[in-house]
Unconditional design. Structure first.
Length: 502
C-alpha cells in the first residue's frame, strides 16, 4: 500500500523539510509508516511531486553561495556543535529508529554511534580538504591543487539504517561545502526529519539541508533535476543500477551502493564457539536486515557438524521481541510483506534441511520472524542465490578452502566477507584473493571505521568511489589545479609556443 488518502486518526503526519522548516506535502499522496513491533500504522509520510523536489533543490541552490564561502574554521566549529548535539540526543534519535524500523534500542544506539563517527571524521574537514603545492614548478611559476564542492547534491537512502546511512552522505557533503537534499526511505522517515531539526538547532543555515519524502516520483525528479550535481544512493541492487544509469545519463556524478550476499567462511581449525557466536550475532542482529549481515555460512570440511550444532544451541537463547523492551535482542522485520517474503524461503528448496524454523514461537502481533537456520544449501537454490534480507542463515558445506573461495568469488555480489581460522597464512591468502570490498578476519561484520571508506565490489556498488572516509571527501569535491606566476612586467613578452616547464 503506498497511496493512503486518509490516514487513521492517531497517525502522525510526516512532512518534508525545506529551507529550514517543515513543508506539508501538497501532492495528496502519502505512504503508511508502521510500528513493526505491533503492526499498527503510526504515521503517514508525504510523497513529493517533482515540483516539491524542485522547491527543495531551489532552497539548496540559494543557500549554496554563502555555505561554500563559509571559512573552514567556521565549518569545523559548526561540525563540532553538530557532533555535540547529536551525541546529546542520540537516545532520542535511536528511539525514532526503533519505533519505525523495529531494531532493538541498543542496536539503534549502535547505529547512531557509528554514524556519529562519520560526523567526528568531518570535524577535521580543514585537514581533509588540504591540496598540494609545488613551488617553482617552472621558473617563477607555482602549481597547486584545491578541492571545491560540487554544488547541490542529493542522497537516496534505504530503510535499514535510517540515521547512519544518511549521515554517511550529508556529513561529508556538507563538510565539503555542498548543500544537500535527502530522500530517505518512505518506510521509516522520522529519523531524517529529526535530523533536519537537530541540524537547524546546531546552527546549520536554512536551505543547506533539506528532506524530501516520497517514492519513485521523488527519486526520478532528483535523478533528472538539472541543478543536482551528484547523487549518492544506498539500497537494493536493481534500484542501485537504475539510479546509477539514470543519474550518469543525466550528467551527474553517482555512487550507488547495492545489495549483498555475505559469505562467512569457517575453516576446520577455527574456534567453533567463537565462530558460532559470530555467526549468530551477524546473521540475526537487526533481524538480518543489514547489508553486512552474514547470510551464508561456508563450512569447510569437518567443521560443519559441530558448527551447525553450536549455532542450533544458541538460537533459542536469542530473545525476540519489541525493540523498546530492554530484554529484547532481536526485533521484527520492517513490513508484513517483507516478513512473509522472508518466511517463504523456509522449506522452499528441495534438498536443503530446515534445522530451526523461525515461524515457530514468534510474537503474535507485529512483523516478527525468529532466527532460522537452513543447512545443506547449495548454489542454484533460492536460499543460496537471493539476498533474503531477514533472519535466515544458510549453511553450505564444502570440502576445501579453494572451493570456499571459489564460491565467494563467483557470487555476483561482493560487499563483505569473513574468514574464521587460527591459520594466519590462510587468512592472508584469503585477504589476497577474495573478491569483495570489505573483508573480516575473525570479524564477522567488517564495516570500516570512519577514516576508511565503505563499499563493495561487483553488483554491490555502481560507481568508482566508496562512501564516507577519504573516498567520500573525494566524491563530494572536484579538484582544480592552479598554475600561477607573479612576473616582473619587465620580463613579459609574446610567446606562441606550448608552455614549457624547463
Ligand atoms: P530499496 O532499493 O527498495 O530502496 C532504497 C531507496 O530507493 C528508497 O529511498 C526507496 O524509496 C527508493 N526506491 C525504491 N524503489 C524505487 C524505484 N523503483 N525507483 C526509484 N527509487 C526507488 O532498498 P531498501 O529495501 O530500502 O533497503 C534494503 C536494501 O538496501 C538491501 O538490498 C540492502 O542490502 C541494501 N543496502 C545496501 C547497503 C550497502 O552499503 N551496500 C547498505 C544498506 C542497505
Amino acid at each position: 500500500m503506498t497511496d493512503t488518502v486518509e490516514a487513521p486518526a492517531a497517525v502522525k503526519p510526516i512532512n518534508h523539510w525545506i529551507s529550514g522548516a517543515p513543508h506539508a506535502g501538497r501532492s495528496g499522496r502519502s505512504g503508511p509508516v508502521f510500528n513493526p513491533a505491533t503492526g499498527e500504522q503510526s504515521g503517514a509520510v508525504d510523497f513529493a511531486t517533482a515540483e516539491e523536489v524542485d522547491l527543495a533543490v531551489q532552497a539548496a541552490k540559494q543557500a549554496l553561495p554563502a555555505w561554500r564561502a563559509l571559512s573552514l574554521a567556521k565549518r569545523a566549529e559548526l561540525f563540532f556543535a553538530i557532533r555535540e548535539l547529536f551525541h546529546a540526543q542520540r537516545e532520542e534519535l535511536a528511539k525514532h529508529l526503533t519505533r519505525e524500523h523495529g531494531k532493538v534500542l541498543s542496536d539503534a544506539l549502535g547505529e547512531v554511534t557509528r554514524g556519529l563517527e562519520v560526523i567526528e571524521f568531518c570535524c577535521g574537514i580543514p585537514h581533509l580538504l588540504k591540496g598540494a603545492m609545488s613551488e617553482q614548478a617552472s621558473t617563477g611559476v607555482d602549481v597547486y591543487s584545491i578541492r571545491q564542492p560540487l554544488g547541490v547534491v542529493a542522497g537516496i537512502t534505504p530503510f535499514n539504517f535510517p540515521a547512519m546511512v544518511p549521515m554517511w552522505m550529508w556529513a561529508p557533503a556538507l563538510a565539503c561545502g555542498n548543500t544537500f537534499v535527502l530522500k530517505p526511505s518512505e518506510k521509516d522517515p522520522s529519523a531524517s526529519f529529526y535530523t533536519a531539526e537537530l541540524l537547524k538547532q546546531a546552527g546549520v543555515p536554512d536551505g543547506v539541508f533539506n528532506v524530501i519524502n516520497g517514492d519513485k516520483v521523488a527519486v526520478d525528479a532528483i535523478l533528472e533535476h538539472p541543478d543536482i550535481a551528484a547523487v549518492s544512493f544506498v539500497g537494493s541492487t536493481p534500484i542501485a543500477r537504475y539510479v546509477y544509469e539514470t543519474a550518469t545519463a543525466n550528467g551527474k556524478r553517482c555512487q550507488a551502493l547495492g545489495g549483498a550476499k555475505n559469505h562467512m567462511v569457517v575453516l576446520p581449525d577455527a574456534d567453533i564457539d567463537m565462530a558460532a557466536d559470530a555467526a549468530v550475532s551477524a546473521a540475526y542482529g537487526s533481524a538480518g536486515e543489514r547489508c553486512m549481515a552474514v547470510s551464508l555460512l561456508v563450512a569447510v570440511g569437518d567443521v560443519a557438524d559441530p558448527l551447525v550444532e553450536a549455532i542450533k544451541q544458541r538460537i533459542p537463547k536469542v530473545k525476540v521481541g519489541d525493540g523498546m523492551d530492554a530484554a529484547s535482542e532481536m526485533g521484527p522485520l520492517i513490513t508484513r510483506e517483507h516478513r512473509d517474503k522472508v518466511a517463504s524461503y523456509i522449506g522452499a528448496d528441495d534438498g536443503a534441511t530446515v534445522v530451526v524454523d523461525g515461524r515457530d514461537g514468534c510474537p503474535a502481533d507485529g512483523f516478527f520472524l525468529a532466527p532460522t537456520l537452513i543447512d545443506d544449501v547449495k548454489p542454484g537454490m533460492k536460499a543460496y542465490e537471493d539476498e533474503i534480507f531477514g533472519p535466515v542463515l544458510s549453511v553450505t558445506r564444502v570440502a576445501s578452502y579453494d572451493e570456499a573461495v571459489r564460491l565467494v568469488n563467483e557470487n555476483p555480489y561482493g560487499n563483505g566477507t569473513a574468514i574464521f581460522t587460527r591459520d594466519g597464512g590462510a587468512a592472508r591468502q584469503f585477504q589476497f584473493e577474495v573478491q569483495a570490498g570489505m573483508v573480516g578476519i575473525n570479524v564477522p561484520i567488517p564495516v570500516p571505521v570512519a577514516y576508511y571508506s565503505f563499499g563493495g565490489w561487483k553488483a554491490s556498488l555502481f560507481g568508482d568511489r566508496h562512501i564516507y572516509g577519504p573516498e567520500g571527501i573525494d566524491f563530494y569535491t572536484r579538484s582544480k589545479v592552479v598554475t600561477s606566476r607573479w612576473p616582473d612586467p619587465a620580463t613579459s613578452k609574446v610567446d606562441l609556443g606550448f608552455p614549457q616547464t624547463r
